[in-house]
Write a protein that binds this ligand. Structure first.
Ligand SMILES: CC(C)(COP(=O)(O)OP(=O)(O)OC[C@H]1O[C@@H](n2cnc3c(N)ncnc32)[C@H](O)[C@@H]1OP(=O)(O)O)[C@@H](O)C(=O)NCCC(=O)NCCS
Length: 169
């Protein structure tokens, strides 16, 4: 299954336990420090703050239609972006943008007013994505990541504006 720019349609739905194999697969090919499988299970079964979503190709086809995933934490009026990835074969088709917009708008419906995340300094794709959504860079954790001691850039979206976000997708 390919994702031609003209025909690529994705829909966003809640992550379920049945999705874990595919979510872990996407996580492992996307990150140098992937989450343990049990962390995703914990998010779905034990973490009341967790809001986790998958992006699914429409119409569903191939072995698995899941092409992206996001885990967020809703803590009072803040939505924290915990992890986000798109399958490399489907990148730059606005799948992460859709996952982010859906998460932020859904979070806003539950009371989120602002959003926070951290991103590796060298991750220009992700930093570009977050800037497009309106996040500002407002801090640095020096040598934060364990594997290569890369800095973490702290980013915040001080006001979640659902109408503005929806106009991006
Ligand atoms: C970062 C990541 C999630 C982006 O996923 P994606 O589905 O390819 O992103 P989108 O197609 O939705 O991109 C939306 C915007 O992000 C920016 N962007 C995405 N990929 C980019 C790239 N390779 N270079 C520069 N900007 C990029 C652009 O502003 C883009 O807007 P545009 O379509 O108008 O150009 C993906 O590259 C990925 O999974 N990376 C590995 C995991 C990761 O780094 N996750 C984030 C951790 S903080």
């Amino acid at each position: 299954m390919s994702c031609d720019q003209e025909i690529c349609q994705v829909s966003i739905r809640k992550m379920e336990l049945l999705d874990i194999d595919r979510v872990v697969q996407i996580d492992h090919i996307s990150f140098s420090l992937p989450w343990p499988r049990n962390s995703f299970i914990f998010e779905l079964t034990n973490n009341e703050a967790s809001r986790a979503w998958v992006a699914e190709m429409q119409p569903a086809g191939g072995a698995s239609p899941i092409v992206g995933m996001i885990v967020t934490w809703l803590i009072v009026d803040e939505l924290h972006i915990a992890t986000l990835a798109t399958d490399p074969a489907y990148r730059q088709h606005r799948i992460a943008l859709k996952l982010m917009v859906h998460s932020l708008c859904s979070g806003a419906q539950e009371g989120a007013l602002k959003s926070y995340l951290e991103v590796r300094r060298g991750n220009l794709a992700a930093r570009g994505l977050y800037q497009k959504l309106g996040y500002a860079e407002d801090g640095v954790r020096l040598r934060y990541y364990q594997d290569n001691h890369e800095d973490a850039i702290l980013m915040s979206l001080q006001t979640i504006k659902p109408d503005l976000l929806k106009s991006l997708v």
